[in-house]
Ligand binder design. Sequence first.
Ligand SMILES: Cc1cc2nc3c(=O)[nH]c(=O)nc-3n(C[C@H](O)[C@H](O)[C@H](O)COP(=O)(O)O)c2cc1C
Length: 378
Amino acid sequence: MESKTSPHEIDEKKEATITSERKLAHLQICLEHDVQGRSITTGLEDISFVHHATTDLNMKDIDLSVDIFGKKLRLPMIISGMTGGHAFAQQLNDYLSQVAEKTQIGMGVGSQRAALEDAQARESFEIVKNNAPTTLKIGNIGAGQIVDGLTSTDLKNIVSMINADAVAFHFNPLQESIQPEGDTNLHGLIDRVSQLINVSPTPIIAKEVGSGFSRFDIDRIMKSGFAGIDIQGVGGTSWAGVESIRAEVPKYKKTGEVFWDWGLPTVISTILAKESFSGHIIGSGGVRNGLEVAKLLALGADAAGMAIPFLFTAQDHSIEKSLKYIEEIAYEIRLACFLTGSQNIEELKSVPLIISGKTAELLRAFGIDPREYSSRPN
Ligand SMILES: Cc1cc2nc3c(=O)[nH]c(=O)nc-3n(C[C@H](O)[C@H](O)[C@H](O)COP(=O)(O)O)c2cc1C
């Protein structure tokens, strides 16, 4: 019998192809261009620990594990959501999920929109649940799809596709505004988000993609019932930058350049979240080494997330490079604990910190006295 495809199905297929091709272009641009913040930084360079020369710990006994979203991680690290939906993404998800399971760190997947639009794309996500049955897995869907009518059944699908322990709703209004096809009508978003959170089978995380969250956002996030915030502040990968490079229309190319460094630095947004948010905080956006992870933990994060470094370590079709990178970072976090006399991450969270430079200035502008951190007891 001849199979007929309805115009609706053709539209869906076309949409799915566009989504997959866009995700592939993002990967290629991130690998081939410098897309990091230009004149703005995360603020992590303004944070210093106070050195303990008389530390009397046994470095190898320091406990780096953390509990987050119902899972115990061996290290306070999460691979931030990046990929899914096409063959290259499937390979990356394959390597990264093996690495996450082996090292017992958390792993997020990229937007699962492609798999909702096209069942064939599911496999590129399902590989994560098969490779990483025990460690923390975080699903992902964008604000645009929520406004477009994401249903509670879609959300259940997102969860079951990777056996997710939590799902990130990503907020990326800047990135969408640099795409001709971007979702810039976000009317009704917050009401819809609250409704979905109420019926969700897992905790929901509010995630940015490189511009961070303000106090206003954090208040909204609290009131909407989110269980976590994934900061993704400015200073790391710039999504206005990626879209500017991808853009063919001059208007978007130029706007992406102009807004390249837009957002709240990772440190500032993490501190603002710690002030009032009672759920889990993932410190992220431009985190590149273990000392930076340790700084975010000391500022109040429960774990740190990294995206682009893992893309680079996994691109060589081997898990070895990623494993080596994680062990280096683990050693650096351990050393920060050792040199501050912290036996575990809980102790690291309350050590004194010196906050200087532009970050101190910005904190004062937000009415926060940086001396609150330096006056913590040693
Ligand atoms: C290739 C690539 C694809 C990404 N795709 C997604 C995505 O689908 N959903 C999402 O929430 N974030 C996505 N991100 C954003 C990251 O999760 C992260 O928020 C951002 O890159 C900043 O972190 P970084 O400075 O460590 O790269 C992607 C990042 C990269 C590098």
